[in-house]
Design a protein around this ligand. Structure first.
Ligand code: DQA
Length: 150
């Protein structure tokens, strides 16, 4: 059976398509999710993809990765820069995690340069729009395959 990965979108990412298209592009969340699901399937993984505007709901889903998922891809949106609770949940889930941002956060305001999640992630991908998620799927698939071999 295909390994399951959890793909989480945080606050305001439900507004993709209409939200600041110059920064986040014109694809809707549904369109991005279809691309993620297809990419995961091509890599032999099953993607469980969810979005929430609520910090607590995201924390609960991240905790579930401990028992239900082989790895995690997370774009925590603004919670990246503010949430110790989400960073602690990622640490507690103890699964390979890739932090994703559609925009290049380092080319934006200074408050977007710090991430509470980054220290717990195996890597960070930012700046490639919807493709950031697809690169993360490929990276996580390669990481899981490598871990299985060793
Ligand atoms: C984002 C960058 C964050 O700074 C911002 O708050 C978001 C989206 C990105 O995907 O580029 O909501 O995570």
């Amino acid at each position: 059976m295909a390994q399951s990965i959890l793909v989480l979108h945080g606050p305001n990412l439900n507004m993709l398509g209409t939200r600041e298209p110059g920064t986040y592009g014109h694809d809707t969340l549904a369109a991005v999710n279809q691309q993620i699901a297809d990419r995961a399937q091509a890599a032999g993984l099953n993607a469980d993809i969810r979005q929430s505007n609520s910090e607590g709901e995201l924390v609960g889903w991240i905790q579930s990765a401990l028992t239900d998922h082989a790895g995690l891809i997370i774009n925590a949106g603004a919670y990246t820069h503010t949430s110790l609770a989400i960073a602690d949940a990622v640490r507690a889930a103890a699964k390979p995690t890739i932090e994703v941002h559609m925009s290049n956060v380092h080319a934006r305001e200074a408050f977007r340069h710090h991430s509470y999640i980054a220290a717990t992630a195996i890597g960070i991908i930012c700046g490639f729009g919807a493709m950031s998620y697809l690169l993360a799927v490929d990276a996580l698939a390669a990481h899981l395959a490598e871990t299985e071999r060793s």
